[in-house]
Design a protein around this ligand. Sequence first.
Ligand SMILES: Cc1ncc(COP(=O)(O)O)c(C=O)c1O
Ligand SMILES: N[C@@H](CCOP(=O)(O)O)C(=O)O
Length: 469
Amino acid sequence: MRYISTRGEAPARDFEGVLLAGLAEDGGLFVPETWPVLTSAEWRKLRGLPYPALAARILALFTGGQPDEAALRPLLEKAYAGFGHPATCPLVQIDTRVFALELFHGPTLAFKDMAMQALGLLFDATLARRGERVTIVGATSGDTGSAAIEACRDRAAVDIVILHPEGRTSEVQRRQMTTVLSPNVANLAVAGSFDDCQDLVKAMFGDAPFREEMKLAAVNSINWARVALQIPYYVSAALALGAPDREVAFSVPTGNFGNVLAAWAARRMGLPIAQLIVGSNRNDILARFLSANDMTVRTVEPSLSPSMDIQVSSNFERLLFELLGRDAKATAGTMRRFRAEGRMPVPDEAWKTATEVFRGFALDDQGTLAEIARLHRDCGYLADPHTAVGTAAALAVPPSDPAIPVVVAATAHPAKFPDAVQRATGIAPPLPPRLADLYQRPERYTRLPADLSAVESFVRAHARRNRGD
Ligand SMILES: Cc1ncc(COP(=O)(O)O)c(C=O)c1O
Ligand SMILES: N[C@@H](CCOP(=O)(O)O)C(=O)O
């Protein structure tokens, strides 16, 4: 299995190369050179497998034997062993045709753990074998950061620096990051938005001497391994509802487009997914794109679903590459214009192709509170604000065939957003016992402006300190 860059100017790599490289050298994102496609009989054979075994089978389709399924299986069993539900990611019926795929039973209570717990182990195994050390730099709007820190804390071959937008995460989200005092972990509160943090991370990767000196690695969904590890749960949910002999749809609360892209990948692999519903908050660039081919960047606005406060959705580039017939030159040109002009010129034909699969829906904060209240009142389900955007989208733009069930990606535990949940329902969901003293733990983080040289100096000092240079 080889991977190519969406911008066509970086050398192709194998899975291990992609895992360690993160972003391609030409600024593009790695995608499989060819997609593995399963027959109906092959999908049926996956039914009933425990989640770690299913995930190993799917991931092995993308690793080209390095590591192979036999090596991946114990690794994934270890990754999911600490999850708070025996099914890893249970499917819960919440309405007549709507199901919640609960992806938040991992250590940091958000869907990021589903990939990140395995990614940390993959990094460990790979770096130990190669005798190498890396510096992970990551951007977070709230959940990637804590999941990455939890997966990488105290690991011998990894230093990690996470950039979050100062004051724009929930307090629980911030504390989950900043109260981890392991020497290899550092947190930066950046004066700016998530998009600024993500730009800084990409700029560090674009600075070739710095990238080489620091041996930079990525844990954001710009890293293909993150997306690959998000595919199995769509497979698991679809099989449970009757695929490949029955079509399903997914509704995914969306920000950086990594989660819904994994669902798209499952569809590309032959899973019968009738429709993908993209839920947005007031930062509705994706909903505008899907309804009117308008992908114009606006200022990022804070909302009750802060993890989705994003305007530049990195993984959209992977979809764009496919929509443009895998034309890397056209993709690179389109992305250049997007960055220069703040508007993405997607040809009408490509846009129409996207709308055959994707539907978009945006919900403001009032609507989000109303949906959390409705779910609690009518369905007895306590949802976090991100999941509520997903359920509202599922009801607003469902597939026209009522026999097709809609699975909503329940991306965070309601206890991560107690203020919003309490405003909507009067209930403040408690944190699990292992996090009960979160508000009493000391925090450590550094404030910096959104300035590349300041951030690079910080990262260099952090890495050197840990390497004993
Ligand atoms: C709770 C939650 N929901 C939804 C999203 C959006 O997911 P994505 O960025 O993969 O589109 C995020 C952030 O990734 C998140 O943390
Ligand atoms: N919503 C994310 C933003 C980063 O997304 P990623 O999937 O690219 O890591 C977050 O919570 O940090």
